[in-house]
Ligand binder design. Structure first.
Ligand SMILES: Cc1cc2nc3c(=O)[nH]c(=O)nc-3n(C[C@H](O)[C@H](O)[C@H](O)COP(=O)(O)OP(=O)(O)OC[C@H]3O[C@@H](n4cnc5c(N)ncnc54)[C@H](O)[C@@H]3O)c2cc1C
Length: 435
C-alpha cells in the first residue's frame, strides 16, 4: 500500500518518521522548498530566527518530551523560564496571576479584591456559567485580572471579539489555587504553568533542527516544491497533482490546512465549501532583530498587552541559546498577528519592521542605535480561532472527509490549537492505530 502524506510540516514529518519505523511505503508532498512548516528557522549574518514564532520544547507528557529531546541528541540546552508581562512600565512575572506583587499597589489590590469577591459570589451561586471567552475570564479570575491583562492581551492577539469566541481553548488554561493568588499578591513567590517552567531548545540551528532530525531518515521520501492543487479518485487510487506532475496513492493522510485540502478536491458540496469559508484563523508576522550588544536582559519572552504597541510578544532567542547569534551579539523576535484585509495586513514589511523597532525602543526593551539587522517573515496559517460556530463547521467538514476517506491531522488539519507535543503524539497514535 502506498501512502500519500500531504504537507511536510511537523505533522507530516512525524507521520513519515513513524511510518518509516514500521517499514511502510509513503511519500510526503510539501509546497515550499523545505520541510518544517511553522518550525522554520532562518539564518542571516550569523543570527538564527524562528520565523514561525518563538518555539520552545516542553510537554506534560514525559514520553513525548523525552522523544523530542532525544531527537536532538547533543544539540540541546535546558532553560528555566523567566517570562514577564510588560504592564504600565512594570515587568510583571508570568503568568500574570502569579506576579500580582509586581503591579502598582492599587492594581494589585483590585486584582486580589475582585478575585476574592468573585469567589464568594461563585460559592453563593450568584454567577452563571460563562458562555464565551470574555465571560470565562471574568468568571475565573474576576474583573481586576480580566480587565487589566487577560482581556486586552487576548483582544490584541486574537483580533476577534472575545464575546464571539468559544471557551474551548481557555478551559485548558490551568486555574490557580486561591492560596497562590493571595501569596502572589503579597509577594510570596509562586509558579504557574509549571509544565513549562523548564524548557528545551536546540543549541544550534533554531527550532528547525527538530524538524531536520525527523526528516533525516526519510529524505528520499519527501518531494518539496510540490503544491497540492488537485486531488481526485480514480477507481480505488488517489491521484494528487500540482498541475504539472502526478502521484498515485492507495491512501491519503492530509496535514494541510483544511482550506487547502478542500480547495484541491473536486465536486465538493456547497455546504462543505461554506463551512470551510466560515473557519477563522490568524496569520503571523515575525520581526527578527539583531542587536550589537551581548545579553540585553535575562528574559525568555515578554507579553505586551498595550494596544499602542504593534507586537503582542517579544522573545529573546539568544537567551535560549547563545549559539544562535554571533559572539558578543544578542537577538529579539517580535510576533504580530493579523487577518487578511485588516490594517496590519496592508502594511509593508518595511513599515512593520520600522514600527516594531521604534515601539521596542520606546519601551526601552532595545536601544534602536544597537540594531544591526532586522527582517520580517509571514505565515498565512498561525492560529486557529475558536469562534462560537467553529464546532458546527468542523463537524460538517470532518463528516465529509470521513465519507470520502481522507484522514486529516495536524494543527490546521484538525483545526486544533495544539503544540508540537500534541502534533507528534497524534501522529504516533495514528500510525499505531494503522497496525
Ligand atoms: C507563534 C507560534 C508559536 C508557537 N510556539 C510553540 C512552542 O513554543 N512550543 C510548541 O510545542 N508549539 C508551538 N507552536 C505550535 C507549533 O508550531 C505547531 O503545533 C506545529 O508546527 C504544527 O505543525 P503542522 O504540521 O500541523 O502544521 P504546519 O507547520 O502549518 O505544516 C503544514 C505544512 O503543509 C504545507 N502545505 C500547506 N499547503 C500545502 C499544499 N497545498 N500542498 C503541499 N503542502 C502544503 C505547509 O507548507 C507546511 O509545511 C507555536 C505556533 C505558533 C504559530
Amino acid at each position: 500500500m502506498k501512502i500519500g502524506i500531504l504537507g511536510g510540516g511537523l505533522a507530516g514529518l512525524s507521520l513519515g518518521y513513524f511510518l518509516n519505523r514500521d517499514g511502510s511505503n509513503f511519500l510526503i508532498l510539501e509546497k515550499t522548498e523545505e520541510t518544517g512548516g511553522l518550525l522554520k528557522s532562518v539564518e542571516v549574518d550569523g543570527f538564527t530566527f524562528d520565523v514561525g514564532g518563538s518555539h520552545i520544547i516542553f510537554s506534560k507528557d514525559k514520553k513525548i518530551l523525552n522523544f523530542m529531546v532525544s531527537l536532538l541528541g547533543t544539540n540541546v540546552l535546558k532553560n528555566r523560564r523567566n517570562t514577564k508581562i510588560f504592564y504600565k512600565g512594570h515587568y510583571v512575572k508570568y503568568p500574570f496571576e502569579n506576579g500580582l506583587a509586581d503591579l502598582p499597589k492599587e492594581d494589585n489590590f483590585e486584582c486580589l479584591y475582585y478575585f476574592v469577591q468573585n469567589l464568594i459570589e461563585k460559592k453563593m451561586g450568584k454567577l452563571s456559567s460563562p458562555r464565551n471567552m470574555k465571560e470565562w475570564f471574568y468568571y475565573t479570575f474576576g474583573k481586576g485580572i480580566a480587565e487589566k491583562y487577560l482581556i486586552p492581551y487576548n483582544e490584541k492577539i486574537w483580533k476577534f471579539p472575545l464575546e464571539n469566541m468559544s471557551t474551548a481553548w481557555v478551559e485548558r488554561i490551568p486555574q490557580p489555587p486561591v492560596d497562590d493568588i493571595i501569596k502572589s499578591s503579597l509577594g510570596i513567590p509562586t509558579e504557574g504553568y509549571t509544565h513549562q517552567l523548564y524548557f528545551y531548545y536546540p543549541k544550534f540551528g533554531g527550532i528547525q533542527s527538530l524538524a531536520r532530525s525527523l526528516e533525516a531518515p526519510i529524505t528520499d521520501r519527501i518531494v518539496t516544491n510540490f503544491k497540492v492543487k488537485k486531488i481526485k479518485k480514480e477507481d480505488s487510487k488517489w491521484i494528487v497533482s500540482n498541475g504539472k506532475k502526478e502521484f498515485e496513492f492507495d491512501k491519503l493522510i492530509s496535514t494541510l490546512p483544511l482550506q487547502e485540502l478542500i480547495q484541491a478536491l473536486r465536486d465538493v458540496p456547497k455546504e462543505i465549501l461554506e463551512a470551510v469559508d466560515n473557519l477563522k484563523y490568524n496569520s503571523l508576522i515575525t520581526v527578527g532583530i539583531g542587536i550589537d550588544k551581548p545579553r540585553i536582559n535575562d528574559f525568555s519572552w515578554v507579553y505586551i498587552p498595550d494596544k499602542e504597541i504593534l507586537t503582542h510578544r517579544v522573545s529573546f532567542p539568544s537567551n535560549y541559546s547563545p549559539y544562535v547569534v554571533p559572539q558578543g551579539k544578542s537577538s529579539v523576535l517580535a510576533e504580530i498577528t493579523y487577518r487578511e484585509g485588516d490594517e496590519i495586513s496592508k502594511m509593508k514589511d518595511k513599515e512593520i519592521i520600522e514600527r516594531t523597532v521604534e515601539d521596542l525602543d520606546k519601551l526601552k526593551i532595545i536601544n534602536k542605535k544597537d540594531v544591526i539587522l532586522a527582517m520580517a517573515y509571514k505565515f498565512k496559517y498561525a492560529y486557529v480561532i475558536y469562534d462560537t460556530d467553529y464546532m458546527y463547521n468542523l463537524e460538517t467538514i470532518f463528516r465529509y472527509l470521513t465519507w470520502i476517506g481522507i484522514d486529516s491531522l495536524g494543527r490546521f488539519g484538525r483545526w486544533d490549537y495544539i503544540n508540537m507535543d500534541s502534533v507528534i503524539k497524534s501522529a504516533m497514535e495514528y500510525v499505531d492505530s494503522m497496525k
